[in-house]
Design a protein around this ligand. Structure first.
Ligand code: IPE
Ligand code: MG
Length: 231
């Protein structure tokens, strides 16, 4: 969800206002997913690299997740949304950690949409964590398959992403789902995240539907994109 800072600067506001505005946009995109029949949405909220930002900005970013989850609690329950966190939430203050864990637990059976919040998340540290846990479990090298490895990632029970959307004109993955996005289609838009509306989302999906996904095969045997996206 990139471009919050630039959005704020363009309005002569503090960067933290951009983050607040950006956090509000998640709701509309989540609603659009339910509407369209997209089962899983992952938002990159805070990366392991974001700790290097000024303290006050880090504090606001940390506070936003429990804040939004509390504010949207009724909507989350009424719309059958499952909340999950990818990343280490140990760094949150105790009360916030408990609040996040509670909503994760309470929504575990919800099915309309799985909303993954990547928080204090980094793809490389996720992979290292998986390797460490594999070794702790005493798994023999010859037993390490791609499926087994994937089951050690935060995303163990969710499908790989079909589409990665990058806002604010950047054209890199920035340590986001680097294992899982191996075959994801990549879409970059100059639109800043706080300006990313349902229309912008529809544009991204329209572009995605035109992509031919080959998964390493030859061009005349593609898996059809419209089979992969329901609706
Ligand atoms: C949001 O946008 C990213 C995070 C949630 C940490 P940025 O804060 O990176 O916005 P820009 O890149 O300065 O515009
Ligand atoms: Mg940025």
């Amino acid at each position: 969800m990139d471009g919050n800072g630039r959005w704020a600067r363009g309005r002569a506001l503090p960067r933290t206002e951009g983050h607040r505005e950006g956090a509000l946009r998640v709701r509309g995109i989540a609603e659009a997913c339910i509407d369209i029949g997209i089962s899983t949405l992952t938002v990159f909220a805070f990366s392991t690299e974001n700790w290097d930002r000024p303290h006050d900005e880090v504090d606001v970013l940390m506070a936003l997740i429990p804040e939004r989850l509390a504010a949207e609690r009724a909507t989350i329950f009424n719309n059958d949304v499952r909340i999950r966190v990818l990343g280490e939430i140990e760094s949150l203050p105790l009360a916030d950690r408990v609040a996040v864990r509670t909503i994760v637990r309470q929504t575990v059976k919800h099915q309309a949409l799985t909303l993954n919040i990547a928080f204090n998340y980094g793809g490389r540290s996720e992979i290292l964590r998986a390797v460490r846990n594999l070794m702790r479990d005493g798994i023999a090298p010859e037993d390490v398959s791609e499926d087994l490895f994937a089951s050690y990632l935060y995303t163990s029970d969710i499908p790989d992403p079909d589409l990665v959307i990058r806002t604010a004109g950047e054209q890199r993955l920035s340590n986001f789902l680097i294992w899982q996005a191996a075959y994801a289609e990549f879409y970059s838009t100059p639109t800043l995240w706080p300006d990313f509306t349902r229309d912008e989302f529809d544009k991204a999906l329209a572009t995605y539907r035109q992509r031919e996904r080959k998964f390493g095969r030859v061009a005349d045997q593609p898996r059809v994109v419209s089979d992969l996206i329901s609706g």
